[in-house]
Design a binder for this molecule. Structure first.
Ligand SMILES: Cc1cc2nc3c(=O)[nH]c(=O)nc-3n(C[C@H](O)[C@H](O)[C@H](O)COP(=O)(O)O)c2cc1C
Length: 400
């Protein structure tokens, strides 16, 4: 039963044919043992605090983390440790894990070890769960709280699998249950609770919902400015006005999600919504150096003059990502997914190289490094661009 649900979660994004061996880890290297206790990031529990002191603690925690503005959004099979570390190197100041299924996390050691890995420099970190049972959510959250800065509840997943499993955005139909999930964590964890929501079609409902979460003990709220029915991010613009209204209605830190394709969007969003920080998902998959100011050629034509070749491209980023995967093993399906997303434009120029990749039922690092060499030998190069004002920044590197 557990194995069945695990496969279902993977189906969320994976479209690999069954004969692929992509669920195998990319290395036999020992994973860090999440059961080994580390020092907790907070001194005292959040239990039984009044609204006022909870808000103060929410802000104190956020400030202690350095008020991270640029954040890697949660992505199933895509915001795993090596990808988070790559984005952090290129300007991301915090990151979410992919959504973890709380029940499977409590039941299955293999799932825990493969789906949740982290390391010392992987902070600040939000660990995200989907859930519909407060006790199970708490049990799962307790296992990760020593390794993270927030335990996050996924209240935004609009996929069919979330409807079937009764989690994510489908809990918007059962707000008393949502309240009990947040309260359970807020009363019993050392680490603060955050939530990621979608908006309701009606602004009043969205604000009432956000206030309820805050009162239940949510210490940070990320608002994806699309409704549950607006699934296609390319088709529907996120509503920054609604995010602005939520920000104004709450006392806790608020983050915005949606429409972040490059740094100009980041600055516009921070200004228009007044939020503390932004999350980016799909654009980071194509360009993990987005938060360091790099942009793909798609946006260069739209923006003002002054863009120059940033001397970094997606193949360079893929090689860096692969090296991180050698250090921090993950299932091959995640690596395959990143290869396709990072090199999408390159493959459209050299489709035979993509065909060779698709024929590999079992990937190896040797094959992938060789594939990048072959792409480069064809003379293909699609640079990422920087504004000329950012060159000094580029020359000095991006490590924070
Ligand atoms: C591949 C992929 C996987 C995702 N998985 C999750 C997830 O695990 N949890 C979640 O809350 N949202 C998930 N999302 C939604 C994103 O976090 C984000 O809310 C959405 O893509 C809108 O942001 P964007 O406009 O920057 O892409 C996923 C999105 C993508 C593209």
């Amino acid at each position: 039963m557990a194995a069945q649900t695990q496969t279902q979660i993977r189906a969320h994004t994976s479209s690999n044919p069954p004969e692929y061996q992509d669920d195998l880890l990319c290395s036999e290297q020992q994973l860090e043992d999440p059961e080994q206790k580390q020092e907790s990031c907070l001194g005292s529990p959040v239990r039984c605090l009044t609204g006022e002191s909870r808000t103060e603690r929410a802000w104190a925690h956020w400030i202690k983390l350095g008020r991270p503005k640029f954040i890697v959004a949660p992505m199933v099979d895509n915001s795993e440790l090596p990808f988070r570390m790559l984005c952090r190197k290129y300007g991301a100041r915090a990151a979410y894990t992919p959504m973890l299924h709380s029940r499977i996390f409590t039941e299955t050691e293999k799932y825990r070890k493969e789906e949740f890995t982290t390391c010392k420099n992987d902070r600040p970190l939000f660990v995200q769960f989907c859930a519909n049972d407060p006790d199970i959510l708490l049990e799962a959250a307790r296992k990760v709280e020593p390794y993270c800065d927030y335990v996050d509840i996924n209240l935004g997943c609009p996929q069919r699998i979330a409807r079937r499993g009764n989690y994510g955005a489908f809990l918007m139909d059962n707000l008393p249950l949502v309240k009990s999930l947040v309260e359970k964590l807020a009363r019993n964890l050392q680490v603060p609770v955050s939530c990621k929501i979608r908006i309701f079609p009606n602004l009043e409902d969205t604000i009432r919902y956000a206030r309820m979460l805050e009162e239940a003990g949510c210490c940070l709220l990320a608002v994806h400015g699309r409704t549950r029915d607006e699934k296609d991010g390319k088709k529907f613009r996120a509503d920054w006005k609604a995010i602005h209204a939520v920000k104004n209605a709450l006392k806790i830190p608020v983050l915005a999600n949606g429409n972040i394709r490059h740094m100009e969007d980041v600055h516009d969003c921070l200004e228009e919504t007044g939020v503390e920080g932004v999350l980016s998902a799909e654009s980071l998959l194509e360009n993990p150096a987005l938060f360091a100011g790099f942009q793909t050629s798609e946006w260069v034509a739209e923006s003002e003059a002054g863009n120059i070749d940033g001397r970094l491209d997606q193949a360079d980023l893929l090689v860096e990502y692969l090296k991180l995967c050698e250090k921090y093993p993950v299932p091959w399906r995640m690596i395959r997914s990143h290869v396709h997303k990072l090199l999408r434009d390159w493959f459209s120029l050299q489709p035979h190289i993509r065909d060779d990749l698709n024929k590999q039922s079992k990937l190896t690092f040797e094959f992938l490094y060789d594939m990048v060499d072959r792409l480069r030998q064809t003379g293909t190069r699609i640079p990422l661009y920087l504004k000329d004002t950012q060159i000094g920044f580029a020359a000095n590197g991006y490590t924070s």
